[in-house]
Design a protein around this ligand. Structure first.
Ligand SMILES: Cc1cc2nc3c(=O)[nH]c(=O)nc-3n(C[C@H](O)[C@H](O)[C@H](O)COP(=O)(O)O)c2cc1C
Ligand SMILES: *[C@@H]1O[C@H](CO)[C@@H](O)[C@H](O)[C@H]1NC(C)=O
Ligand SMILES: CC(=O)N[C@H]1CO[C@H](CO)[C@@H](O)[C@@H]1O
Length: 519
């Protein structure tokens, strides 16, 4: 196989010979041929999509599709619209709705429904869909007239609750007598190969020639301009303050999320190149890059088949997953700030995202970043009081919110923050104290768990301040919770329910007065 691996070293003639050699290896030839066909099809489809434009004709005799989505950050929503376009291009009538807008009548009148739903928290519905789950999904309905399919979005980072909300929708429809078109499909982190299965299953069930759909992710280029350790001598893992700058105007709002394309360390790439005996400077013709550059964001842990050229190698290597971080600053500060704690697996290797940002990327290096609008965590625009609750790196999302409040001169702000030790882990102490001194923070409660014998966390502080909390809520306060779902956010949720009652907490959620950015 070695000459095949090395095919591209020796120029086109040798590559041609390598290709002929490949013909002698049936399996290799077949995969190459299929990749070629797939590319050709994609090109044709793109062209067709461009030409289809407004000239879409809907078949008046076709049965309409109801497409419903439950989405937090917009991926399910985007897929719902893509699915709709795809069906419309095959002349099918469609209606797209968020699940919170679905009524009992919608379900009774529809003959076929596609549900695209993501999972949040620990197996929960997206915030806006929780009412749908509690009300409509709790109603017993006869849906025996209805055909359905479910696309469940989730992340395998949550193995125990992977796509569980989608599966609950499936179970509910089944129990209501609806007929499944095909088994529920799962999408891991917006993976396009998973989405392709949805496309295929839908095409098969409808016998339609459907347009391929995929999720587009377009990243902007930022540079790392500062990286400092926030917690020297901490009992916890190192947490960093990262500052990034873009070379052009950028906009985001307090509460938004930065999605980062993760990458490989130079050492990791060199090991991979050595293993397959490829020279780092080998050109990738289609990309005008060296192979070393092209591998920066590829998953180098997958099994690789013999390859005839660099394109063929790259085709086999999926892009590494992205990671999300709450943005800790507002645009007027001129930097995009992130707070990232190093994660380690049991083998002591740094996590994909945290290793990339806190160790592999060097100062001034490029970072591929995409700002994700996350409306459910945006700041209210009026001067109602806000209560910001979080611990650890959860301070990030709260910092951006308070910065924005200070800028608007709204002072009814209550911060409840927790970490391990005041001496080592009081993130952004100077800024927070300056806010206190200028009366921009009306209240502050700090929970440093290791500064006394018994562990004190933010939910304890909240319980201590139950009366104050009730007062703030009576004064229309909006509650923001940012940080870890395991522990903090769950404990805070329980404390809020104990203090305010389950109905009030549910009402706050529905009214957009209980907002969470939890991970
Ligand atoms: C805070 C948070 C919690 C999540 N919890 C889960 C979970 O419990 N199970 C799961 O399968 N996916 C979970 N995910 C992954 C999302 O479901 C996944 O990113 C999905 O593609 C998002 O789709 P959306 O943009 O339509 O909301 C979680 C993601 C975040 C940010
Ligand atoms: C955050 O609070 C939870 C308890 O609610 C605790 O388990 C966790 O260790 C805390 N994290 C930090 C960094 O203080
Ligand atoms: C719940 C919510 O408001 N989600 C929004 C997050 O951001 C995307 C856009 O990126 C919107 O489409 C979602 O509606």
């Amino acid at each position: 196989m070695l000459p095949v691996h090395r095919g591209s070293f020796f120029g086109p003639v040798f590559q041609f010979i390598a290709m002929l050699a490949a013909l002698a290896m049936p399996l290799f030839f077949v995969t190459g041929w299929m990749l070629y066909l797939k590319r050709r099809k994609q090109k044709r489809l793109t062209l067709a999509a461009k030409q289809a434009g407004s000239a879409i004709q809907i078949d008046p005799n076709a049965t309409p599709w109801l497409i419903a989505y439950a989405s937090q950050t917009g991926m399910s929503e985007q897929l719902a619209w893509r699915t709709s376009t795809s069906l419309q291009e095959a002349h099918q009538p469609t209606t797209v709705k968020a699940v919170q807008q679905l009524s009992e009548d919608d379900l009774k009148q529809a003959k076929q429904i596609l549900l695209i739903a993501s999972t949040y928290g620990t197996g929960e519905a997206p915030d806006l869909a929780s009412h749908f789950e509690k009300k409509l999904m709790a109603t017993s309905l006869d849906l025996s007239h209805l055909k359905y399919a479910v696309l469940a979005l989730g992340s395998q980072d949550y193995p125990e609750t992977y796509c569980s909300f989608g599966h609950r929708i499936d179970a509910w429809l089944k129990q209501s007598g609806a007929q499944q078109l095909f088994a529920t499909l799962e999408v891991n982190n917006g993976n396009n190969a998973d989405i392709q299965h949805w496309n295929d299953a839908l095409a098969k069930a409808t016998k339609l020639d459907l347009q391929t759909m995929s999720i587009d992710k377009v990243f902007d280029q930022w540079r790392l301009t500062k990286r400092e350790l926030l917690n020297p001598n901490s009992l916890g893992a190192p947490a960093f303050n990262l500052e990034l700058q873009a070379s052009y105007d950028t906009a985001w709002q307090a509460g938004d999320i930065a999605e980062i394309q993760t990458g490989n360390s130079p050492e990791r790439i060199q090991l991979f190149l050595d293993k397959y005996q490829v020279h780092a400077e080998t050109k990738v013709d289609s990309l005008e890059q060296s192979i070393q550059e092209a591998l920066w964001n590829r998953d180098l842990t997958v099994a690789v088949e013999p390859f005839a050229n660099m394109e063929h190698l790259l085709e086999q290597l999926p892009t590494l997953p992205t990671r999300e971080y709450s943005i800790a600053s507002i645009p007027s500060q001129q930097v995009l700030r992130l707070v990232v704690r190093q994660q380690q697996n049991p083998q002591g290797e740094l996590g994909l995202g945290s290793g990339w940002l806190t160790e592999h990327v060097q100062l001034r290096d490029k970072i591929a970043l995409r700002i994700r609008n996350n409306e459910s965590f945006h700041l209210i625009t009026d001067n109602r009081p806000i209560i910001c609750i979080g611990n650890g790196t959860g301070i990030a999302g709260l910092m951006s919110l308070i910065h924005a409040r200070v800028r608007m001169d709204y002072t009814e702000n209550w911060l409840i923050f927790g970490e391990r030790q005041q001496a080592n882990d009081y993130f952004f102490k100077d800024t927070i104290q300056a806010w206190q001194n200028t009366a921009m923070l009306k209240r502050i409660d700090l929970a440093f768990s290791r500064d006394q014998a018994e562990k004190i966390y933010v939910h304890h502080k909240l319980r201590d301040q139950a009366e104050e909390l009730k007062k703030w809520v009576a004064n229309d306060a909006v509650i923001y919770v940012c940080g870890s779902i395991n522990g903090m956010a769950t404990d805070v949720d329980l404390a809020l329910i104990d203090i305010l009652g389950e109905d009030t907490v549910e009402q706050l959620r529905l009214d957009g007065r209980y907002r969470r950015d939890v991970y």
